[in-house]
Design a protein around this ligand. Sequence first.
Ligand SMILES: Nc1ncnc2c1ncn2[C@@H]1O[C@H](COP(=O)(O)OP(=O)(O)OP(=O)(O)O)[C@@H](O)[C@H]1O
Ligand SMILES: [Mg+2]
Length: 149
Amino acid sequence: MKSKAKNEMKLVIPSNSANESFARTAVAAFMSQLDPTIEEMTDVKTAVSEAVTNCIVHAYRDTIGTIWIEAKIYEDGRFFISVKDRGCGIPDVAKAREPLFTTGGSERAGLGFAVMESFTDRLRVRSAVGRGTTVTMEKRVAQRYRHDG
Ligand SMILES: Nc1ncnc2c1ncn2[C@@H]1O[C@H](COP(=O)(O)OP(=O)(O)OP(=O)(O)O)[C@@H](O)[C@H]1O
Ligand SMILES: [Mg+2]
């Protein structure tokens, strides 16, 4: 069912906390080709920020590791973002996705996945303990008149 992406990008960065804002801004800049509304763009930035923060604070808790980010634009306005780490992994994904569940103690609210879910149209989380985690999100950007290059 999946046709070929109209455009795509890949970003590979270390899990420095400084790269959280870089990643969200880079994804938003790429997404701007779809001529999104401010709200659609803010939703995606917020979701990417949560996913990347999870790599930084959970996947690579006491170390710096690599984060792979991919974004794809489809002809019909669908926008896919994946955020992948090779960190510690999640033992129980269903439980981790529940609002307020956290292993981060009092510093964390346990709302990251809930935010990703509510600010995008689809959230998929694949994880294996000791291998890492891939979060894939889909945002459908309403079709408006676009200048196509
Ligand atoms: N990339 C990841 N690698 C390993 N564990 C993760 C990853 N992402 C999430 N988790 C686990 O899932 C839990 C829930 O994540 P979620 O983002 O919903 O909340 P949080 O990060 O704990 O708090 P908040 O996002 O509100 O600061 C985390 O506490 C952590 O145990
Ligand atoms: Mg989080």
